[in-house]
Write a protein that binds this ligand. Structure first.
Ligand SMILES: C[S@@+](CC[C@H](N)C(=O)[O-])C[C@H]1O[C@@H](n2cnc3c(N)ncnc32)[C@H](O)[C@@H]1O
Length: 259
């Protein structure tokens, strides 16, 4: 039997099983302040990155989309909003978003948020507790798959990509929005200073949890750069893979097709 490779938890190397428990602890701790923290840390720019990703994903009425590591539903809600506006113009069946997250606390916070929205609950979203590395769907289940700021937290990234490939129909679209490597050295220096000094401090004040946000910035540094992640998409069997840098590579949107 081959041993499971080690996985990174921030700057530490841990057993893959230990990473699962540690990351679960991080998101249990930050679930209630997660949406506010995203706005504070990125000065609201995460909303623009997510909108750009959803525009590329281009969900359509009647499609099934998996929002993997979907957390509190920020991406799922954007998809629903976009498809409802298409339906107003030209009709068509509802979108189905299968949101999967392995953390029940993030899902609980997301369901509570949905229930309190002025637009009312979104029956298009089905919330499921599940693991990106063993998705609870049959082969060829979905038209599109998105994972937004989630893959960095998964213990075995290649396994999650293989699963994404498995659950997509032939012709299905894959998108991964994730922090990446700024392309210029000057931006890297400024961004490093900001993330290591400011983000854990905001986490301490707002979420009362410095360590979880220290993990966040360390995990970004340890995550594969744009080209390496693209190679992993190729290895999973996706076709015509590529990526688009946002904000000078602070974030990248990787994409590919299931064939
Ligand atoms: C930074 S949040 C992103 C949430 C959401 N996608 C967004 O963009 O706002 C990362 C999420 O990944 C989830 N996660 C981490 N590892 C996972 C895994 N193996 N399977 C499913 N979800 C996972 C966490 O529970 C957390 O909700």
């Amino acid at each position: 039997m081959t041993a499971e490779p080690k996985s990174s938890f921030g700057f530490r190397d841990v057993e893959a099983t230990e990473k699962v428990a540690l990351v679960r602890g991080v998101f249990e701790s930050v679930a209630d302040s997660y949406d506010l923290m995203n706005d504070l840390m990125s000065a609201g720019v995460h909303r623009i990155w997510k909108d750009m990703a959803i525009a590329r994903l281009n969900p359509q009425p009647g499609e099934t989309v998996i929002d993997c590591a979907g957390g509190t539903g920020d991406m799922a809600r954007r998809m629903v909003k976009r498809v409802r506006s298409i339906q107003k113009r030209r009709g068509g069946p509802d979108l189905r978003v299968n949101l999967v997250d392995y953390n029940g606390e993030m899902i609980r916070a997301g369901v509570a948020k949905s229930a309190s929205l002025p637009v009312g609950p979104e029956p298009e979203i089905r919330w499921t507790v599940g693991d990106a590395m063993a998705l609870p769907f049959r082969d060829g289940h979905a038209d599109a798959y998105v994972i937004s700021f989630g893959i960095r937290n998964v213990a075995n990234v290649q396994r999650a990509l293989d699963e994404a490939r498995r659950v997509l129909k032939p012709g299905g679209r894959f998108f991964c929005l994730e922090f990446s490597r700024p392309v210029s050295a000057a931006l890297r220096t400024t961004y490093d200073a900001y993330s290591f000094k400011v983000i854990p401090a905001i986490g301490e004040i707002v979420a009362k949890d410095r360590d979880s946000y220290q993990y966040l910035v360390e995990s970004i540094r340890r995550f594969p750069d744009q080209k390496t992640l693209q190679g992993m998409l190729d290895q999973a069997g996706f076709a015509r893979t590529g990526y688009t840098n946002y904000s000078g590579g602070v974030v990248a949107l990787h994409h590919g097709w299931a064939i």
